[in-house]
Design a protein around this ligand. Structure first.
Ligand code: NAD
Length: 369
């Protein structure tokens, strides 16, 4: 899947410093048409009564899957909502209990998989995930719940899916903009995974391979939604990015996205794609090896500029202004994002973040230091 490799990019000093890597166990079945293997995979897990989960928009997929599972389909919950409001989580838990489910099948993107995780957290039910975007949640033990507009996240291995079926045929109808935004969201996991405080050579290898697969794949699918080889590359890259997110702590970029998404109600994936360029520029002086790796994977000289160009080529918005953010909120955003300390290769100051947000607000090219 990877394009030609020009130089080794892993941070060699890591091996000298030492590192920890935890391999999270999940069975992965990848390939065009593997949704047909779902009955066999469920059999392997010894499951008999599955609750199928989807968003309202993907209910058709859940219904078709229910027909294939026959009597093992114990019900469908198609009310998955982004960022998993607690009310939605509670309804889903009730649906699982009412159906007498012994397992969950999540068919969709991060929102649907998020609802499956919320159920698993309360019930211990095993999850089989069938991801249809590139967000990568299916590979992580991270869950998120939103209460009164505030999203809290946590880690718990009970929410990690047992089996994941990656079927690129299912993403062939993912609209161009959603494909691109969810792909950039995935690339953000890879970029931050390269310099996270607990990064390791395995995560770095995955991150680089992920960017090499995703970036060219995305450039194709935005024009030709049903290009199967390109969809395969994207889904493969999304998988690897999810593995990175599951094993390395994220830094400034994720903190900013979390703050802007939560406090100013900005769309999740688009916010990622706009900010990533500017965070990469900010962190470049402090994480040169990671940024060389990103640049090489993108086939450019400079990581931040390469990410900016990619966002532009994918036709995604370049400015927070275009997402509906108000300029008068930038001071508060910088304040909120720097209230608590968190790990980042370059120390984070309020003034620096305010400048970064200004660039992101107006959609400027990345700043060079
Ligand atoms: P999403 O799941 O919200 O899906 C976006 C829209 O696309 C939905 O309307 C959905 O119905 C539709 N859709 C999905 N797949 C489709 C397909 N193949 N064809 C047509 N339509 C399709 O978007 P997402 O970006 O996958 O997930 C975002 C959510 O996931 C956020 O809440 C984010 O916080 C969360 N997330 C969690 C983790 C984690 O590790 N916990 C990781 C990444 C993202």
């Amino acid at each position: 899947m990877s394009a030609g490799r020009s130089e080794p990019n892993c941070d060699a000093s890591l091996a000298v410093r030492g590192f920890t890597h935890t391999t999270l166990a999940a069975r992965v079945v990848f390939g065009a048409g593997v949704l047909d293997d779902l009955p066999r995979e469920i059999e392997l897990l010894g499951l008999r009564r599955l609750l199928l989960l989807s968003t309202p928009g993907q209910r058709g997929l859940a219904e078709r899957t229910g027909v294939v599972l026959q009597s093992k389909c114990a019900g469908i919950f198609s009310g998955a909502v982004t960022h998993v409001p607690v009310e939605c989580a509670q309804q889903a838990v009730s649906a699982a209990r009412a159906a007498g489910a012994d397992g969950l099948v999540a068919l969709g993107g991060g929102s649907t998989i998020g609802v499956a995780k919320a159920i698993a957290l309360q019930t211990n039910l095993p999850i089989v995930a069938v991801p249809t975007t590139y967000a990568g949640s299916e590979m992580t033990p991270i869950y998120g719940l939103t209460e009164a507009g505030v999203k809290r996240t946590g880690r718990d291995t009970r929410v990690l899916p047992r089996t994941v079926l990656y079927d690129p045929l299912l993403s062939q109808h993912l609209p161009a903009r959603t494909s691109a935004a969810s792909g950039m969201n995935a690339i953000a996991h890879a970029v931050e995974g390269l310099y996270g405080e607990d990064t390791n050579p395995i995560a770095q290898m995955l991150a680089e391979a992920a960017i090499r697969a995703l970036a060219p794949g995305l450039r194709v699918v935005i024009d030709t939604l049903d290009d199967l080889p390109a969809r395969c590359r994207c889904l493969y890259g999304g998988w690897l990015c999810g593995l990175v997110l599951g094993s390395v702590s994220m830094g400034l970029h994720h903190k900013l996205c979390h703050t802007l998404g939560g406090s100013f109600n900005l769309p999740h994936a688009e916010t990622h794609s706009i900010l990533l360029t500017h965070v990469a520029a900010y962190n470049t002086p402090a994480a040169p090896a990671a940024m060389r790796c990103v640049a090489a994977a993108l086939g450019t000289e400079d990581a931040a500029q390469g990410l900016f160009d990619l966002v532009r080529q994918l036709g995604l918005p370049l400015s927070l202004r275009d997402l509906g953010m108000r300029e008068t909120d930038l001071d508060l955003a910088a304040e909120l994002a720097t209230r608590a300390a968190y790990a980042n290769p370059r120390p984070v100051t309020r003034a620096a973040i305010r400048l970064l947000l200004d660039d992101a607000f107006f959609g400027r090219a990345p700043r060079r230091e």
